[in-house]
Design a protein around this ligand. Structure first.
Ligand code: GTP
Ligand code: SPV
Ligand code: MN
Length: 607
């Protein structure tokens, strides 16, 4: 049986929305259409259903109340960058770092994939809002999905349901814009056919039509591919909207830092996937008197305020954090947040007493069920948790959330950090001379690939502003937009830019910098630079702290390691130049001349 849209029970009069839901239902032929209201009852219904169908295991309520374990299909564990497309009308608007296909061709191809793809399943209509509901211009979206896992996840990650839907027809108007996103796991069920715990399709397409502000996602149930409010809307589509309107949509955490003098600062930081954003956003400082509060851990929308400063908003409502490595010693605030329950855990280990465990979380239990469903004991080769396993938990229950975390005005940025995962070359911290130099640092940012995307791990690649997989248009135009945004502002009001690397290693392959809570020392130096208080050495690549300027009080690390962490090795930098040149050559004519000038002057300074 195929459901048709019954407008008399649809909880909205929004004409374009009703029309689109009807078209998608006709195409995908679900058995039922359910409008999501975002209520706690709906959460209970959907999670109960997922337990019943074997997708979820309810965790022990004494350990993790109202929380669930789930294991994906072993082939559906991460973002699929080679299956991600920007289908701009003109291929020149997509650029060499994205996959492109003509939008009409893509629609023709995918229409056949979506035809009947929801047969035997329920189509959930999820109205949602990215960013606060009381924003001047609430950023609305609707995801149609046949995955109840997506419904449960969207409950945590976005403002979902009736409160969002009401904004679609605000003040009696039914013309509010929204970003439509059609998602199907691509696993229709024939009558009587038994389901599997994690249905998906071997063929995946994550597709964006930037001019239409439209998303089509097929074949995957994994977070970044399937929760369309996150990377698809808030980065790829939003970056295009931001270019058109003069703002920035970035892969950045946002934190509030308060000094012992009780002065507060706001910092945004762009690190590639699985390179430390969540950990920095929740940092537990090792320096007395300093306080860090969390505003966002993955995405920042940055607009100019009336005072000419840049204000950052976190469009999300939850954390979708990397599980492995998260522990009371590394990220106690994340541990406390998930301990309160109301969370989902995907591809972690399931302990025999109904709790979760992953690599890096203290002592392993004597036995557990690993993410592949196999019996697991410590000491073997198999991992308990997939390296890209994730916890999904509400920001509202994070003890260190800043009061401003859902303020629609956002917070005024004092500093922007770029950072990557590099075993050599990149010092612990470098200050840019000015905005243009900072944009050059961001545009040439490099990092070792991680398990957050399917593919080889540990390969150094350029990841401009940590946005390589997320820029919704041509990377060269994106660089030009960053330059323009800086030019349009009063230079003294712009955030200062820094480049950090927590991941430098010694000859024995150990990290030289202890990282995590100790990163407060780098934040402190940056703030003192902004205040004109800390010393720095001018080097060919920018300004780095003098060893005395970095507060190392109580830091148990050798002077030699500290020197290595801070070192600007000119030979390593000279080695870096050809790959930067290659990178600019790849981007081509659209690299702004100001960034080419930066490269030329860097070469001159390196000699
Ligand atoms: P996405 O959610 O994929 O965008 O990742 P993210 O940038 O939020 O990265 P996250 O903070 O989750 O960290 C990823 C991994 O890096 C985890 O295993 C962390 O334990 C580890 N990590 C984070 N900060 C540091 C650090 O300062 N030093 C070291 N050595 N590891 C870190
Ligand atoms: C990332 O990969 O940068 C993430 C996780 O934050 S995902 O939502 O899967 O993209
Ligand atoms: Mn991310």
């Amino acid at each position: 049986m195929t459901a048709t849209l019954d407008r008399s029970v649809a909880p909205t009069t929004h004409t374009a929305l009703l029309q689109w839901v009807q078209e998608c239902a006709e195409l995908t032929q679900p058995e039922e259409i359910v409008w999501c209201d975002g209520s706690p009852e709906e959460w209970t219904r959907v999670t109960d259903l997922l337990v019943e169908t074997g997708t979820f295991v309810r965790l022990n309520a004494d350990k993790k109340p109202n929380s669930f374990y789930c294991a994906s299909d072993p082939t559906d564990v991460a973002r699929v960058e080679d299956r991600t497309f920007i289908c701009s009308r003109d291929s020149a608007d997509c650029g060499p770092t994205n996959n492109w296909m003509d939008p009409d061709d893509m629609k023709a191809l995918l229409t056949e994939r979506f035809r009947g793809s929801m047969r035997g399943r329920t189509m959930y209509v999820i109205p949602y809002c990215m960013g606060p509901l009381n924003a001047d211009e609430p950023m609305l979206g609707v995801e149609l999905t046949d995955a109840p896992y997506v419904v449960a996840s969207m409950h945590i990650m976005t403002r979902v349901g009736t409160a969002a839907l009401e904004l679609f027809t605000k003040d009696g108007k039914d013309d509010q814009e929204f970003v439509p996103g059609l998602h199907s796991i691509g696993a229709p069920l024939a009558p009587g056919e038994p389901d599997v715990a994690w249905p998906c399709n071997d063929t995946k397409y994550i597709v964006h039509f930037p001019e239409e502000r439209l998303i089509w996602s097929y074949g995957s149930g994994y977070g970044g591919n399937a929760l369309l409010g996150k990377k698809c809307y808030s980065l790829r589509i939003a970056s295009v909207k931001a270019r058109d309107e003069g703002w920035l949509a970035e892969h950045m955490l946002i934190l509030k830092l308060t000094s012992p003098a009780q002065k507060s600062y706001y910092v945004a930081a762009a690190f590639p996937s699985a390179c430390g954003k969540t950990n920095l956003a929740m940092l537990d400082p090792t320096l007395e008197g300093w306080k860090v509060e969390t505003i966002g851990d993955d995405i920042a929308w940055i607009r100019f305020g009336e005072d000419g400063r840049m204000y950052a908003v976190n469009p999300e409502n939850g954390f979708f954090g990397v599980a492995p490595g998260t522990d009371y010693h590394t990220n106690p605030n994340a541990m406390r947040t998930i301990a309160k329950g109301n969370s989902l855990f995907t591809n972690v280990g399931l302990t025999d007493d109904g709790d979760i465990w992953w690599e890096g979380m203290g002592e392993p239990p004597a036995h557990l069920t690993d993410w592949k469903g196999q019996s697991w004991t410590p000491g073997g080769d198999a991992l308990a948790a997939h390296p890209n396993s994730r916890y999904c938990t509400p920001i509202s229950q994070c003890d260190t959330k800043a009061a401003e975390w859902d303020d629609p005005r956002g917070v005024p940025l004092d500093a922007i950090f770029f950072g990557g995962r590099r075993r050599d070359t990149i010092p612990l911290v470098t200050e840019a001379r000015d905005w243009q130099h900072g944009v050059f640092m961001g545009a040439t940012l490099s990092s070792e690939t991680t398990a957050a995307a399917v593919g080889k791990v540990g390969v150094v690649r350029r990841d401009p502003m940590a946005m390589l997989p997320f820029i919704g248009y041509h990377a060269g135009d994106y660089f030009a937009h960053w330059i323009e945004v800086g030019k349009s502002a009063d230079a003294v009001k712009l955030p200062k830019i820094f480049y950090v690397n927590w991941f430098r290693r010694d000859e024995d392959d150990n990290f030289v910098w202890p990282g995590f809570g100790e990163n407060i020392r780098v934040l402190k130096w940056a703030i003192e630079r902004i205040e004109g208080k800390a010393a720095a050495v001018d080097t060919p690549i920018g300004r780095v702290p003098t060893p005395e300027a970095l507060d190392t009080s109580g830091l148990s690390m050798g002077a030699e390691e500290l020197t290595t962490a801070l070192a600007v090795d000119l030979d390593q930098w000279r080695n870096e130049i050809p790959s930067i040149e290659e990178w600019f050559a790849k981007i081509g004519d659209k690299v702004p001349s100001s960034l080419r000038d930066e490269l030329e002057s860097l070469k001159l300074r390196l000699g």
